[in-house]
Design a protein around this ligand. Sequence first.
Ligand code: NAD
Length: 310
Amino acid sequence: MAKYKTALVTGGAGFIGSHIVDALIRRRIKTYVIDYLSTGNIKNLNPNAHFTKLSVTNPQFEKCVRRIKPDVIFHLAAQVNLRHSVVDPPNDARINIFGTLKLAHLAAEIGVKKIIYSSTGGPMYPENAKIPYSEKIPPQPISPYGISKRAGEMYLNYMYHVHGVPYVALRYANVYGPRQNAKGEAGVISIFSNAMLSGKSVTIFGTGKQTRDFVYVDDVVRANMFAMNKSVCGEFNIGTGKQSSVLTIFKKIKKITGYKMPVRFGAAAAGEVMRSALDAKKAKRSLGWQPKVKLDEGLEKTIKSFKKKK
Ligand code: NAD
C-alpha cells in the first residue's frame, strides 16, 4: 500500500508543480492543489486534481489546508522572480517566507508526514565559491529571493527539530521543459524557443558567455518523488553539475527550430552572476537521484511540446 494517500501541491498549476501533480495522480495519490494563478495557468492542471484558487497569504489558506489534511505537502507556490524580489522585497517575503512558515506551522499541527520544498540553488551560494556548488558551502544569498528561499529552509529545519515534521528542500538549478512560462525571466530556454518558433527576434542580455546548469523538468519531478519516498531530511542540490552558456543554448535551439534571424545583444542585467552549476552528489548518495535527460534530448522534447501548443 502506498505510504501516502493524500497530497497537497501548492503552486500546482505552475510549470514544475503541474508535472508533480501528474506524477502523483499516476501513483493514485489523491492530489489537492492550491494556487493563486499569479504565474500559473489552469490549463496546466490535471483534470483529476482537486483545485482551490487561493493565495498562501490569504487567511482562508490555513482553513483550506486543515480541511484537506494532507499526508504529504509539495510546497512550490512562490514569488519566483529574482528581479521582482529586488524591486519589492517585502512582497517576496510575504509570499515566500510567511507562506512557507505558515505552511510548516500548520503541517506540525495537523500531523503532515513530510514536506518537500522547492528551493533554489544558484542564488543560495556565494558567487566566488568553487563550481559546481556543493551543499557543504555555507549559503550566502544576496538577493531577497535567495534570502526568502533560505529562510523557508531554516523554518522547515526548525519545525523538524522542534516538532518532528520531516522535510526535504530541493535546491534546483535552472529547470526547463514543457509548460514553462515564456514570460518568466529565468526561463531562457522557453523564451528563446517560443520567440524562434514565432519568428520573433531574440535578444541575449550581456555577452551570452554567462553559464547556467539546465536540468529537465522530468528529472526534477523524479527528485520530488524520491524525496517523498526516502527517509531522508535536509537540503539537496538538484542539477547536472554541467555549465552551458546562454550562447550555446541559443545555437542549439536555433538548429532545432531552423531559425534564421541574427541574434541581438542587450545590456547585461545588473548583478547577474556569470557562472553557475550545482554539484548533486549528495542527492545521488542519499536520494538515489541523478539526472537522466541530456540537454540535447531535453531541448528536443521541450521544443516539440511548444510547437504542438502553437
Ligand atoms: P511557476 O511560476 O510556474 O510556479 C509557481 C506557482 O505558484 C504558479 O502556479 C503561481 O500561480 C503560484 N503562486 C505564486 N504566488 C502564489 C501565492 N501567493 N499563493 C498561491 N500560489 C501562488 O514557477 P516554477 O518554475 O514552476 O517554480 C516552482 C517553484 O520552484 C518555485 O517555488 C520556484 O521558486 C522554484 N524554483 C524554480 C526554478 C526554475 O528554474 N524554474 C529554479 C529554482 C527554484
